[in-house]
Design a protein around this ligand. Structure first.
Ligand code: SF4
Length: 308
């Protein structure tokens, strides 16, 4: 009997992109409202079991076509140890047909990617890493609850390049408590010295259910004035454009050919599989939140109303 006779028909909107959420982090940053939990003591292997079952059920319900974009986010997916990483990536490629030449991104935190883990990521198909650097000012990193220092960013990028990764990105943040324009400008120069093909630039947004929100409500979060924040974004935009990066999306700059295909899929409203705890909605919310913030800043610069 032809086994395809009983298979569900492929829908015209079958996704060609895949997002998977790993909701564990070494620590919780003070501004973060993403679905993430301190990894210590968490049943990470049981989570990977559940994720594998979700993959099985998903491909049964909606059989995939060839996937051209994979994004593993969180949380911090690189908190998985090399054995867990290998197991996880094998289960992804076992369930989803990943196209040759697909973009396969994993988010990482500086300091969580030693050579063994990077080797496991490469062997498992990851070909793009997005590191959360945020700033190169160590005092600011501590003030926002990051686990790493600036040198960890530099070392992590060096390790990733040594492991063969060429498609690398870092996130920078602006509008941080007590951050000055000069501190931001210094961080941009340190970031550009890394000579990466892609940079993501996010403004701090104070979200409910975070430490920063509680401080904000009590009037104890010394954020830069909005005009300063607008200047920060203008500086980032000017400096990255001068350095040859295209501003291809509100928060993202890239050299030609290194625009994130997964980011673009969101902005083009393309369907994607969303797996893992919080996976289905997280990225849409992140994108929408960044969009509202940027749109308000643009309107202010243009002299229009600030509220989104
Ligand atoms: S590393 Fe990322 S996901 Fe984890 S707590 Fe910090 S901001 Fe949130």
């Amino acid at each position: 009997m032809d086994s395809t006779a009983t298979a569900p028909a492929l829908h015209a909107w079958t996704p060609r992109a895949l997002y998977i959420h790993i909701p564990f982090c070494t620590n919780k940053c003070y501004y973060c409202d993403f679905n993430s939990y301190v990894a210590a003591g968490q049943p990470i292997d049981a989570y990977l079991d559940a994720l594998e079952r979700e993959m099985e059920n998903t491909v049964k319900a909606l059989p995939p076509q060839t996937i051209g974009k994979v994004f593993v986010g969180g949380g911090t997916p690189t908190v998985l140890n090399p054995v867990q990483m290998t197991r996880f990536l094998e289960s992804v490629t076992r369930h989803f047909p990943i196209a040759a030449g697909a973009e396969f991104t994993m988010e990482a935190n500086p300091g969580t990617t030693d050579p063994d883990k990077l080797a496991a990521m490469r062997a498992g198909g990851v070909n793009r890493i997005s590191f959360g650097a945020q700033t190169f000012d160590n005092a600011l990193l501590a003030a926002i609850g990051r686990i790493h220092e600036a040198d960890d960013v530099v070392n992590s990028i060096a390790n990733a390049k040594a492991a063969g990764f060429t498609n690398l990105s870092i996130d920078l943040m602006f509008g941080l408590p007590r951050q000055t324009l000069q501190q931001l400008a210094d961080s941009v120069e340190r970031a550009l010295e890394l000579d990466l093909p892609h940079y993501s630039l996010y403004s701090l947004k104070v979200e409910e259910n975070t430490l920063f929100h509680r401080l904000y409500e009590r009037g104890e979060l010394p954020l830069p004035e909005e005009d300063v924040e607008v200047e920060m974004f203008a500086h980032l935009r000017r400096r990255l454009t001068e350095a040859g990066y295209g501003h291809y999306e509100i928060s993202n700059f890239a050299r030609t050919g290194f625009e994130s295909r997964h980011n673009s899929a969101y902005w083009h409203n393309e369907p994607y599989y969303g797996l893992g705890a919080g996976g289905a909605r997280l990225c849409a919310r992140r994108a929408a939140s960044q969009y509202k913030r940027r749109a308000a800043l643009y309107r202010r610069r243009a002299g229009g109303p600030a509220a989104a």
